[in-house]
Design a binder for this molecule. Structure first.
Ligand code: NI
Length: 174
């Protein structure tokens, strides 16, 4: 396992659409998922899409266990949302690729998912609460969409300006 570099906005690689994993889930995919999980834990974060470490594949890792609870890693290969509730819910989101920025996004409150797990088995399950927020946020990454893309233009531009300023400061200090 290895900790990989996390891409941050406005890196154009984050805007690309990720490709499905063709054929079975292999050890190479599992090695990528292991790296993604280690990178996510180190950040620390609760979800990560493969494109965030520069791999344009439809793979997501997540662990939404609370502080003090045992680790509960989840792996999603080629996830699809097969149903969404009409009811929506707001949640203050953040993203490892948009550091230091947090804002409220409104999404369907519940979704039904289909995906392949770490072993390559087909899983169908319903998500609500933080799980529903996180999987929708991560699946946006597979389409090249960041949570700030859901905000008003003014808020998005402010966020990007803040990011650029932080990056310039970091470069000066390096
Ligand atoms: Ni994100």
């Amino acid at each position: 396992m290895a900790i990989r570099e996390i891409l941050t906005a406005p890196d154009l690689r984050l805007k690309q659409k990720s490709k499905p994993v063709e054929g079975p889930v292999t050890d190479a995919h599992r090695a990528l998922m292991d790296d993604m999980l280690e990178t996510m834990y180190a950040a620390p974060g609760i979800g990560l899409a493969a494109i965030q470490i520069g791999e344009p594949l439809r793979i997501i890792v997540m662990d939404i266990a609370k502080d003090g609870e045992a680790k509960a890693p989840r792996y999603f290969v080629n996830p699809e949302i097969v149903w969404t509730s009409e009811e929506t819910a707001p949640y203050e989101e953040g993203c490892l690729s948009v550091p230091e920025i947090y804002d409220e996004v409104e999404r369907p409150a519940r979704v039904k998912l289909r995906y392949l797990n770490y072993a390559g088995e087909v899983v169908e399950e319903e998500a609500e609460g933080l799980f529903a927020v996180c999987i929708q946020h991560e699946m946006d990454h597979l389409e090249g969409v960041l949570f700030i893309d859901h905000l008003s233009r003014l808020k998005r531009e402010n966020a990007l300006r803040k990011l650029k300023k932080a990056r310039k400061l970091a470069a000066l200090e390096a």
